[in-house]
Design a protein around this ligand. Structure first.
Ligand code: BMA
Length: 315
């Protein structure tokens, strides 16, 4: 992947809002993203010095220079959650045909981490519809036009840290809230770059199947876990069937802003926005991948669909 020369494209210094809780914020990272009215829209994860979390929309004509909305997203109907909520973060956004957006985000509560399901038309307001997973599930990504998602049960603990997982599963739902597993997508590869895994952005439909970008964590280094990005390709009709999975990561922490920060050595892809409105992307379509860098700022890396598919097939 090619990093944009203006990286990191969004940092804490870009957040200059009047909102009293968003003065001098600590970090901005792991954005959800989608094409919105022909523009590039990100839903940023912002943390202030109380380590409170906000979702904040940002919009761009060119995918590089972002205007940040003046107020954080208002999340309505949170009283529908039966548990005490601490944080809502790592939003993954999927557009519906009708200019309506589905959002799955991690919700840290006093009863564990769940996936929450939200809908929105404008990202100024988001409706919380309900908890949409068992406890300890993260990285839920809805496939566009389908009632199918990939998700990652948290079954392992990162040494000294959060709970993570070694397998991505595919599930289906009739109401977006209750999900039933229909197949395992794949599991981590012990000793290599993707020991622990989780989906990045929602998969994109291409002429060769679903293009899926995911993060992998290498845990076998003494001092630090390394978060990287990788790519796989899945059957269009049976997305849990893997056609190809890259041997190599496609992005790993190398730049200072990826190596140093709140959590060092992290690239965490969370949004993939194509430069095209087509429902099925052709190989020449450029994809902007936005990622959290060191849990501190937002990076942009680019590649074409054809290049990503070639990486998924690399042996
Ligand atoms: C994961 C999640 C992400 C975070 C990443 C790196 O487990 O908590 O939100 O960006 O770790 O710290």
């Amino acid at each position: 992947m090619r990093r944009h020369l203006k990286n990191p494209v969004i940092t804490r210094r870009d957040i200059k809002l009047k909102h009293p809780a968003l003065q001098d914020v600590s970090s901005v990272f792991n954005p959800g993203g989608v094409r919105h009215e022909g523009k590039f829209l990100l839903l940023l994860r912002v943390q202030n010095r109380a380590r409170e979390t906000f979702l904040l929309p940002a919009i761009s004509h060119n995918g590089v220079d972002f205007d940040i909305y003046e107020e954080p997203t208002i999340i309505k109907n949170l009283e529908r959650c039966p548990h005490k909520i601490y944080h809502i973060y790592d939003a993954r956004i999927t557009a519906d045909k009708a200019g309506f957006y589905h959002i799955f985000a991690a919700m840290d509560t006093d009863k564990g981490c769940f996936l929450g399901y939200f809908t929105s038309k404008d990202f100024i307001e988001v409706d919380f519809i309900g908890l949409a997973s068992k406890p300890d599930v993260r990285n839920g990504v809805l496939l566009p036009g389908r009632n199918i998602r990939f998700e990652r049960p948290n079954e392992e603990r990162v040494s000294g840290g959060v709970k993570s997982g070694v397998r991505i599963i595919c599930s289906k739902s009739d109401n977006m809230l209750e999900w039933e597993e229909i197949g395992e997508v794949f599991s981590g590869r012990p000793h290599y770059w993707d020991e622990l895994i989780g989906s990045g952005p929602p998969p994109l439909l291409t002429e060769e199947g679903w293009l899926h970008i995911y993060h992998g964590v290498a845990t076998h280094f003494g001092s630090s876990n390394i978060y990287q990005a990788g790519v796989s390709l899945h059957e269009a009709e049976r997305p849990w069937i893997t056609i190809a999975r890259g041997r190599y990561n496609i992005l790993e922490p190398r730049e200072d802003y990826e190596l140093l920060g709140q959590v060092p050595n992290v690239v965490f892809p969370s949004a993939a926005i194509p430069h095209s409105e087509d429902e099925i992307l052709d190989n020449n379509c450029v994809i902007n991948i936005y990622y959290g860098a060191a849990d501190t700022c937002v990076g942009l890396a680019m590649a074409t669909v054809g290049e990503l598919i070639a990486h998924a097939k690399a042996k």
